[in-house]
Design a protein around this ligand. Sequence first.
Ligand SMILES: Nc1ncnc2c1ncn2[C@@H]1O[C@H](COP(=O)(O)OP(=O)(O)O)[C@@H](O)[C@H]1O
Ligand SMILES: [Mg+2]
Length: 373
Amino acid sequence: MTSPSSPKLRVAVLFGGRSGEHEVSLMSARSVIAALDPAQYEIFTVGITHAGNWLMGENTLDCLEQNKIESLDHVFLFPTPGQPGLYAMRDTQYVRIAEPDVFFPVLHGTFGEDGTMQGLLELADVAYVGAGVTGSAVGMDKGIFKDVMRANNIPVVDWVILNRSEIRTDMEAALRKAESLGAYPLFAKPANLGSSVGISKCRNRSDLAEGLLEAATFDRRILVEHGVLQPREIEVSVLGNENPLASVCGEVLPSREFYSYESKYVDGTSGLIIPANIPAETSDLIRSLAVRACQAIDCAGMARVDFFLDTASGSVFLNEVNTLPGFTSISMYPKLWNASGLAYPQLVDRLIELALERKADRDRTVREFRRDM
Ligand SMILES: Nc1ncnc2c1ncn2[C@@H]1O[C@H](COP(=O)(O)OP(=O)(O)O)[C@@H](O)[C@H]1O
Ligand SMILES: [Mg+2]
């Protein structure tokens, strides 16, 4: 991809974004940028504001963090394959100010991890790190995701889907539908969100009514799930395109009753145990389920796959796939690879290689079919 005049691979790191995980994204991006070897890469840093503006300039990350964005250029990526690269307005004209070989979205949640950004990158016909449109969208939607898991015989806990309108018009019927799952506790969750936002553990009917209303403020579709009583939370990192590899397993020890938003980001005391202290057969099972789950949703590049291990029965349930997992140097995803023999900078290199491989593969696809008349 590089030309003799520009021997370095040009990488645009995208961070921030419009989701509630904007700040987490800035932290992840700081680690990724620090790991990119400047001898090997020319790095462009593109910050996306809460409002969705794309900004680029000197120290974009610091500027975004400190909300000092006046000096930054507004940049645009056109959904037009013939105009690759990032453009800025100069006088009255759009001028290309960067032509990255690969885009690295370090964005979590809505408009970053859910397939929408990936759609733009596809339309622009550029190479990008991570899952494509389908893998991202299915990984993000907890309801559709579970349908796909069940169709592939991958164990997940039972669930029902409720629409916001059902909850608002007939709460009694909504509660009955959710209670058909069996005994409490039940978990109420927005179908498309992350970081545990809007998730409630419901011990009884009044908790559930509250939990449904809370989840319904964040999404049109709400998932109610059978609660695993004493889950151990086991996570695996997956890396690769069609035949990905799984890392060793890790365990999360939430600082609260469940791995809530506070437990993830406020307390700072949730523990990570790497490798998880679980039997070898369980670890093998979890690692193979993680790979199968990624293949089932057509994931690419990376994913952190999260499981519940039911302490009482020893049963394993796949909880979710995160296609753009937390990526700070102390996040589970890179730490699991580190423990599996792949250090953080090499992990970042590998993800970029995988992005270029995926793009080359995409370029082999015939887009037009014209029958000879
Ligand atoms: N069915 C369940 N049984 C037990 N605990 C659960 C269940 N669903 C979620 N939890 C708890 O809530 C946390 C967040 O739920 P999760 O579905 O992973 O949402 P998010 O995508 O926001 O991380 C989990 O890590 C776990 O601690
Ligand atoms: Mg989770």
